[in-house]
Design a binder for this molecule. Sequence first.
Ligand code: PGA
Length: 249
Amino acid sequence: MKIAVANWKMYKTIKEAEDYLAAFLPLLEKNRNTEVYLAVPATAIQNVSRKAFSSGVYTGGQNISTEERGAFTGELSAEMVREAGASFVLAGHSERRALFGETNEMVNKKIQRALENGLQPILCVGETLQEREAGQTEEVLAVQLIECLSGFEPSTVAKMIIAYEPRWAIGTGRIATPQQIRHVHTLLRRELAEGWGAACAKQIPILYGGSVTAANAKDFAAIEEVGGVLVGGASLDPTAFATIIKAFG
Ligand code: PGA
């Protein structure tokens, strides 16, 4: 099975989310070979999960707190997001890292909270353009992976979904080349194998994210190493996202 994740970011009210589903769900094929995940604003999780469930579509959050509960104004716990109807959550998206100061250590705690509450974590990793140009891609990605997954048993890490999203490709219209993607996927699997064993490294889906569109999705689907895609901008349009899903079968 391949995986297609929509990341709506801070777009769509409950009403807009419902209109989206009314257009989107009928476009999905019943016998598809791709699991569909919608990471929606927290306010829409309950409505979206209720409506999307019967179509086999997973609803999730885009972020959770590092803490279980407490005096953390404005934060949402994994338990709350889970109770609202989420079955997964993004962890360490580059916008959280770049705009809200999220560190690998915080991402590690968020993954812990997600797992404790039965939420599937989707760990996002990716280098900046500056890091790539300085030849630091491999090191940066290895550190992100190791620190974000530090302390977890192989049996736990085996359940992860990882998304490689080069930061310079997110929302920019620039995409990584098949060669760059293959190189990073191989690197991530090597690090996973070293840290948590070969069996674990083999079974984790590694997605690509960054400027995926209805027009270029087929190119990513053709790369054997790519387990699916994480889509931002293009996922806001139901027809475009359905086309992306179809590209993966
Ligand atoms: P994009 O975003 O598809 O708009 O580049 C990807 C993401 O934010 O994960």
